[in-house]
Design a protein around this ligand. Structure first.
Ligand SMILES: [Zn+2]
Length: 101
């Protein structure tokens, strides 16, 4: 069985493959940032690509609690854009998924 890294969504609390989630990382300076590469070292929080989850996490301050930093409005907007871009890719590239390695 192939091992896949699974993370819990801060919104719906369901578990998904790390690669199919939005990552927010805490920088060494102690500020939160969107991490599209998922390679920023340090503490991270995850959200699945779902508008509802972003809204829930924002309302519950789930990312603030997970990362122990303030999440500015600009970051929430950035996450919203990341979601929209991802959703657009899904529609266009839904048949290409098996080709991506
Ligand atoms: Zn979720």
């Amino acid at each position: 069985m192939k091992h896949t890294a699974v993370r819990m969504c801060a919104g719906c609390r369901e578990r998904f493959e790390k690669t199919s989630m939005i990552r927010v990382a805490r920088s060494p300076e102690g500020s939160a940032m969107y991490d599209p590469t998922k390679r920023i070292t340090g503490r991270g929080a995850y959200l699945c690509y779902n508008r509802k989850c972003i809204d829930i996490a924002r309302k519950r301050r789930a990312l603030e609690r997970a990362l122990k930093v303030n999440i500015p409005d600009s970051l929430w907007e950035e996450l919203g854009r990341a979601l929209e871009e991802h959703t657009a890719d899904e529609v266009i590239g839904s048949d290409c998924r098996s080709n991506t390695k």
